[in-house]
Design a protein. Sequence first.
Length: 332
Amino acid sequence: MRAVIIASHGGLEGIGVGDVPSPRGPAADRVRVRVHAAGLNRADILQRRGHYPAPPGYPQNIPGLEFAGEVQAVGEAVHAWKIGDRVFGITAGGAQAEYVVVPESNLARVPAQLSWAEAGAMPEVFITAHDALFIRAGLQMGERVLVHAVASGVGTAAVQLAHAAGATVYGTSRSADKLKRMRDLKLGLKESIAVPDAPAKFVEAVHTWTNGAGVDVVVDLVGGTYFPASVEALSPRGRIICIGTTAGANSEIDLGLVMRKRAAIIGTMLRARSIEEKADAIRRFASAVLPLISHGKVRPVIDRVYPVDQVHDAHERMESNASFGKIVLTFA
């Protein structure tokens, strides 16, 4: 089968497409999926650079955390799926290939409204956003949410899900142009601010937007220097959910302020979870998010779709930080 291959760690020259052995026929509760589309994520960039290896048991040279396609074969213990079903799902690696084998519990049914590219853009970011907001941070109707990197894949998903749940949503981005696009799309973002070089600027904006009350939840996809400012922007008993570290993994915070606000700092990562934990997250996604798609309440936001042979261009696009929403690879 054809697959995206990391030939060497480092720059763009290390990524390409080649032939690798197809996975064996599925046994027990495993399902083999013929992949039509696979989302590109920051994790794939980090894996190519040699900073984020796949967990044991997953391909080290084939990236990919999410996919959409058709069931091609099933193990003898599979009951939920049959050959030809349209499915999408998550895995800890190897999704950017013509075939992927996963447990049946790590799949969900693709709504009829979604194209293959749209389906490939959804699982990782919508499952991450839903789990972070509602399971980890316990977001409630009427609360206020601040989403950093609001124009990213997870950011656009988090805005829509929080808005659909009755929360008031604010956002930050390094790009004023991306914030304008967010407003034009009418995804549910109430207020936003561009913070290209001074993260602390958003604290004053939050206090203005909320009449000094602060936000109940911060979805932090950035880390680094944003983190102490996020603590300042919290309301009493507020929660910060840490998802990404694009601005760096290290930060200094005022622990006294954390204690005075009785703040909760919560970390989350989807890739490292067990099969059972992933199954639980995807069940909640299927139950809570897929009906919103069917009713037109949320939708994937796609930046660009690349044939898999153009994976070099896709990586270059993501590394440029010019992308808005998801980048998707397709397999003919």
